[in-house]
Design a protein around this ligand. Sequence first.
Ligand code: GUE
Length: 283
Amino acid sequence: MILDGKAVSEKRLEILKEQIEESRLYPRLATVIVGTDPASQMYVRMKHRACERVGIGSIGIELPEDATTERVLETINRLNNDPDIDGILVQLPLPAQVDTTRVIEAVAPEKDVDGFHPCNLGRLLAGSPVFAPCTPQGIMTILKEYAIPTAGQRAVVVGRSIDVGRPMAALLLNADATVTICHSKTRNLEAEMRSADILISAVGRAKFVKPDMVKEGATVIDVGINHDEQGKLCGDVDFEAVRDRAGAITPVPGGVGPMTIATLMENTFKAAKLRTCDSTVRL
Ligand SMILES: Nc1nc(=O)c2c([nH]1)NC[C@@H]1CN(c3ccc(C(=O)N[C@@H](CCC(=O)O)C(=O)O)cc3)C=[N+]21
């Protein structure tokens, strides 16, 4: 079975559009991009397009490639204090001279729609998330949408980044999976991967996951964004080789990527609900 992230995201965006209209909250998202990396620019454009689709207002702030940490912090401070802005997204990666940790920690937690602030990561780890990072939260949504059970299942997450691996493990644990996090120093990585009922690959290497690393019938989630020898977009998983062995698998493109964007929209609507101090939303 192919897990169609594109289709699920479309469906979620349609539902969200109606909820936003009904709420009359007019949510607003600010994106901050530093520099002119073409891939980052494309992702930010996709986010603004999604905003337009669901009725979220958006502004894009572009800072020069050589912007200092102070300059980025000033921008964030202004957005934190702007009552017209509900959500703030600082596109990563930032140029090397910018202190990414300080920038992430400067975003007001109640506007942190990426869920990267330690306050939100801590809430997630404690089991009561407010904003969970969009990529892993989007993966939880797709699992739910296809009724793939997590409770008691063995989940193996390959990768330990702040934006994917670590929050993915926390979300799966909160959903009662038995979770293993693997990384570059893991001994016997292939055996660990083969033990997974749910295998999440966030490694960043094209065609890294081969059939002998996948248990027959496992759910395989591909978070990779790579390019193959022909320069074509591809994930971490050797899709054609693995698809028959997997019980369910996400493609690239059309899998995790669209779910990330749909979740960003959902998080931004949540931020708008928090702004109104709506007591049905938990902080
Ligand atoms: N602060 C921050 N938040 C992010 O959420 C964030 C970020 N920085 N930096 C970069 C990564 C990457 N990311 C993607 C979003 C959508 C697709 C997506 O929709 N991809 C399409 C394909 C698009 C194409 O054709 O290249 C797909 O997979 O079908 C991919 C990647 C968000 N990121």
